[in-house]
Design a protein around this ligand. Structure first.
Ligand code: DHB
Ligand code: FE
Length: 304
């Protein structure tokens, strides 16, 4: 049966893509952010994942307000990226782990989750930037020809093809773009069910679970720029000692505490739910601000 080796939860601010494209990792603004990812790279080197289940939220690239699934799971042979308007370079396509996709889809539907299944799916910055933070060489190794630099208008998919990345992927998308949104408690349960599905998959592959988004941020309205360090710190600690802590809050309460886009923390909860009761903290980083966001990273290893 497949092993879940651990989880990575991280922010996915689009400005990270611009910083990578311009090689600004050592710049004083960016260093405290990018330095936090060095222990993640060592952990990946040691843990050797084969496949990543990426739990993220689409921001209008694959789904728009006219058709908005609450939960969507990708089952495509490959997933391409394109810029949904931030002006960041597209990364090479990702190869899907279709057998695991269908295994998860069947298991979740058996457990009474109503899903949208996607045999074609574009992945946005919330998927690609966390992957680029995990595997920076794969995201940037290509010379700046096939669309690495802004060339006006649309961005082309970069050459290199679907086997550039050293892992296969299963995208799991949770709606945090349009009300009504699934509650934090529901997202945690989704994660638990994803965890059970992965552990019951008849395969030797080593599975990493990723949750992207957060932490506190609000991009618009009267409270634009709102950040809540105290809540974020408590939330990060709860990922270790009390993983269901944040599920006590409704979505409106989370908006109040973390900002309108801070609700993206439900992706962290879903990833945490997949990891089982006990986890060991490998590393964490928290830095304010990256763009308008409190940026967080945690790497959690499954126990037992
Ligand atoms: C920002 C953060 C996000 O999570 C996002 O999806 C877009 C923008 C920001 O802080 O700029
Ligand atoms: Fe976001």
């Amino acid at each position: 049966m497949a092993d879940i080796i651990g989880g990575v939860v991280t922010s996915h601010v689009p400005a990270i893509g611009r910083a990578i494209a311009k090689n600004l990792q050592a710049d004083p603004y960016w260093a405290p952010f990018f330095e936090g990812y060095a222990p993640l790279h060592r952990w990946i080197e040691k843990s050797k994942p084969d496949v990543v289940v990426v739990i993220y939220n689409d921001h209008g690239l694959n789904f728009f307000l006219d058709k908005m699934p609450t939960f969507a799971v990708g089952a495509a042979p490959s997933y391409t990226n394109s810029d949904e308007g931030w002006g960041i370079p597209a990364v090479p396509a990702f190869t899907g782990q279709q057998a695991l996709s269908w295994h998860i889809i069947n298991a979740l539907i058996d457990e009474e989750f109503d899903l949208t299944t996607c045999q074609e799916m574009l992945v946005d910055h919330a998927f690609t930037l966390p992957m680029a933070l995990c595997w920076p060489d794969q995201a940037t190794a290509e010379p700046p020809q096939g669309g690495l630099l802004p060339s006006g208008g649309g961005r082309e998919q970069r050459p290199g093809g679907a086997d550039r990345w050293p892992v296969k992927v299963v995208p799991v998308c949770i709606n945090t773009a349009q009300f009504p949104m699934p509650s934090a408690a529901r997202c945690y349960k989704l994660g638990e069910a994803i965890g059970r599905a992965i552990r019951s998959w008849n395969s030797d592959e080593r599975v990493m679970v990723m949750g992207t988004g957060g932490l506190s941020h609000q991009l618009d309205g009267e409270r634009a720029g709102f950040i809540n360090r105290e809540f974020d710190q408590q939330f990060m600690q709860s990922m270790i000692d009390d993983p269901k802590w944040a599920t006590q809050y409704s979505i409106p309460q989370l908006v109040e505490k973390t900002g309108t886009q801070g609700v993206e923390l439900v992706m962290w909860l879903a990833a945490r739910g997949a990891l089982g009761e006990q986890v060991k903290e490998v590393t964490r980083n928290y830095h304010i601000p990256i763009s308008n966001t409190a940026a967080g990273l945690m790497v959690l290893e499954t126990q037992g």
